[in-house]
Design a protein around this ligand. Structure first.
Ligand SMILES: [Fe+2]
Length: 299
């Protein structure tokens, strides 16, 4: 992939979700999952993805992810049934999983999150698309996101994010807020006692990036700082150049209590950063070589 082609953020998209041009199938865009309609081939794609990812994640996924996965009715043999997932989730953190046909508009996405409903694509990628995905499918949304929704802190944070998203949209600050979601819920790393671990769904569900984010010399790994992240563009079509690292998931809960109003005012002026920038004030855990995204600059 051309490393120079790709620091655009589509203003009508929200993270890995949102912004479809297609007609709404219902007022809130939800549809029945249609679990009974999955074919044997579709369950087989799930099994392939599930098994290879489950082999990769020990020692890479954070404890909260592993614990959430263990307690959910998610296994190799079939695409999970959202009704059964929701039964377990509802008891633990009050969340449910609702089916959508793919990308949904931002305000629909935020409304669902604000009401503890996680919109999940009900379709699964084709066998020739195992590592490539234009829209979040059931593997990304369920395998990647739902285990973390079993964690009370993440459950509260994502609800608060939905509420904050509606407000940011009214204030014209959605691009800045979306970066918080991107660099935490989708691509966040966590520093556990036993080392760096994945909690972001975009990496937990990716066979290639779950190794790249932790083991490659190329990307930066920088301590999470809210304002820094809100000023930092991200890549939508390739591995991230920088991963931001939390010391504790509880940091996310603190974020959901912040009044973003004054922050949005500050963000109205001042710099924007490129995905690979490293700043003097950053607490750098690993300074990336850039060898993946900028091979010509090596040596
Ligand atoms: Fe996602």
């Amino acid at each position: 992939m051309n490393p120079d082609s790709s620091t655009v953020e589509r203003s009508d998209k929200h993270g890995l979700a949102a912004g479809a041009a297609a007609a709404a199938p219902s007022p809130d865009w939800t549809i029945p999952q249609g679990w009974e309609q999955y074919t044997a081939d579709e369950h087989a794609v799930w099994k392939t993805l599930f098994e290879r990812q489950t082999r990769l994640l020990p020692g890479r996924a954070c404890d909260a992810f592993v614990e959430g996965m263990r307690a959910l009715p998610i296994g190799a043999d079939e695409i999970p049934d959202f009704r059964r997932l929701s039964d377990v989730l509802m008891k633990r953190t009050g969340w449910q999983v609702v089916a959508v046909p793919g990308l949904v508009p931002d305000e629909v996405f935020f409304e669902h999150l604000a009401h503890r409903r996680f919109p999940a694509g009900n379709f699964i990628r084709k066998p020739h698309q195992l590592d490539y995905l234009e829209e979040p499918d059931v593997f990304h949304d369920v395998f990647g996101h739902v285990p973390m929704l079993m964690n009370p802190v993440i459950a509260d944070f994502i609800q608060a994010y939905g509420e904050g998203g509606l407000r940011a949209q009214r204030l014209g600050r959605l691009p800045q807020l979306a970066r918080v979601y991107w660099y935490t819920v989708e691509f966040g790393l966590l520093r556990q006692r036993d080392g760096l671990r994945i909690y972001g769904a975009g990496i937990a569900s990716s066979y290639t990036e779950s190794r790249f984010c932790l083991e490659s010399d190329s990307p930066n790994r920088i301590r999470f700082d809210l304002e820094r992240v809100m000023r930092t563009r991200y890549r939508i079509d390739d591995f991230q150049e920088t991963y931001f690292v939390l010391d504790d998931l509880e940091e996310l809960l603190a974020l959901s209590r912040i009044d973003f109003g004054p922050l949005y005012e500050r963000l109205g002026s001042g710099p924007e950063y490129d995905p690979g920038d490293v700043l003097p004030q950053d607490e750098v855990i690993h300074r990336g070589s850039g060898s993946y995204h900028h091979p010509q600059q090596e040596g």
